[in-house]
Design a protein around this ligand. Structure first.
Ligand code: CTP
Length: 399
């Protein structure tokens, strides 16, 4: 479940060309279960109509200190908010907020709140680079205000440069992170995802049915919970926000990538690594016209999760997956012990709506101390959070 679910979010919109993107931010927040209260500045209304927000947000737009029924309107919004987002935040908003100038309903709300604040600035490159703007951002950052940095790209008037508003997807991912428990803060979490491909020849591979969805959900969850995340992936999906993605194809490439970060605080081997590969992959395409049917001799791949278990640094939590079609718990327990893991996620991939390619999963999490947690059918994100709940519990028991 998203940390935005049920949260009361004030969405401030200031007067910049990027204001139209705030509509998409509002829609995504509502889709995540947030109650969105839109507050537009007078400037914002030059760029985007209040009717659009009235229709898409959870409440009607508010713009002024004087158009509410409550006798204490200037503090009400800030006091009741779980989070305040300003997207786009103009140079003027940053400046007013820094000095505590309550110029309108939005700045008043920002000053009258104890809720976390997330600013997504957007402005022309010259303004973005001005020392006053950068200093304002530094000061606000130092006060614990969360900032989604502006990005390079196309700006108003056809200019290209730095200062573009971060994407609505990025802003909402940051909002979710701000409201999530930060129990993985300071941790480097490495996750593998997808099925490896092992070359038969220059064009053909042996692979498996893994699509990487569970690995990507794990990466999203770990980043939301405050971790630095490296995702070693065989699949070509949109990278999760905030996550460093390393692309690999074969088991050997995945092994090399994982071994280069094997001192991470947490390693989750969610990938379906091939157990066998062609012993003699051909550098050219095997031609059908060349005669009969080729015979492909296989050899075992190296099980590098065993190496990780053997050489585990103190304090690391090592997590494996057991994809099974029979004797789920017994097979998973055997792998937990043999590979010297801290926990294993037992996954009956033959059950309906579970495992490869599905958006849902159901697992049993087995910990090396003998505890066992069953997580019934749910989204892969919910499963991911249950796995990290178990990881954090294990961390508290480590010396
Ligand atoms: N694994 C690995 N390297 C391999 C094979 C598997 O690191 N060459 C990891 C997987 O990423 C997973 C765990 O080992 O986290 C268990 O993988 P799985 O395929 O379920 O089990 P195997 O050990 O291959 O055993 P079996 O084929 O008998 O089920």
């Amino acid at each position: 479940m998203s940390s935005l679910d049920g949260a009361r979010v004030v969405l401030g919109v200031t007067g910049g060309i990027a204001a139209y993107k705030a509509v998409e931010v509002s829609r995504r927040l509502v889709d995540s279960g947030a109650h969105v209260v839109p507050v537009l500045t007078e400037g914002a209304e030059h760029f985007v109509g209040r009717t659009t927000f009235d229709a898409l947000a959870s409440e009607k737009v508010q713009t002024s200190l004087w158009d509410e029924e409550s006798p204490i309107p200037h503090t009400l919004l800030g006091q009741s908010a779980d989070l305040i987002i300003v997207a786009p935040a103009t140079a003027r908003l940053l400046s007013d907020y820094r000095v505590g100038r309550s110029a309108d309903l939005l700045t008043t709300t920002l000053i009258a709140t104890a809720a976390p604040v997330l600013l997504a600035p957007a402005m022309h490159t010259e303004m973005w680079e001005h020392p006053a703007v950068q200093e304002n951002l530094d000061v606000l950052d130092g006060r614990g205000v969360h900032i989604v940095p502006a990005e390079p790209g196309r700006l108003a008037g056809g200019d290209i440069g730095f200062g573009r508003l971060a994407s609505p997807r990025t802003i909402v991912a940051h909002a979710e992170r701000v409201l999530s428990t930060q129990d993985l803060a300071g941790n480097h979490v490495v996750i593998t995802a997808g099925g490896t491909s092992e070359a038969i020849d220059a064009v053909r591979v042996i692979s498996n049915r893994s699509t990487g969805k569970q690995g990507y959900a794990l990466a999203e969850a770990a980043w939301a919970r405050g971790a630095d995340v490296t995702l070693i992936s065989t699949v070509d999906r949109e990278p999760p926000i905030g996550v460093t993605v390393v692309s690999v194809e074969s088991a050997a490439e995945m092994e090399k990538a994982v071994m280069s970060v094997n001192n991470a605080d947490v390693i989750v081997m969610a990938a379906a690594v091939a157990d066998f590969r062609p012993a003699d992959p051909k550098g050219h395409k095997i031609k059908k016209s060349g005669g009969g049917v080729p015979e492909i001799a296989l050899e075992k791949t190296h099980d590098f999760l065993v190496d990780l278990g053997e050489n585990k640094p103190g304090g690391q939590v090592l997590v494996g997956f057991a994809a099974e079609t029979e004797n789920l718990i017994d097979n998973a327990k055997a792998k937990l012990a043999k590979k010297k893991l801290d926990l294993i996620v037992a996954n009956d991939v033959s059950a309906p709506d579970v495992g490869f390619a599905h958006d849902t999963n159901a697992v049993t999490i087995l910990v090396s101390d003998g505890t066992q947690t069953e997580v019934t059918l749910d989204s892969k994100r919910v499963i991911a959070d249950a796995i990290f709940d178990a990881v954090v519990r294990v961390q508290t028991t480590l010396p």
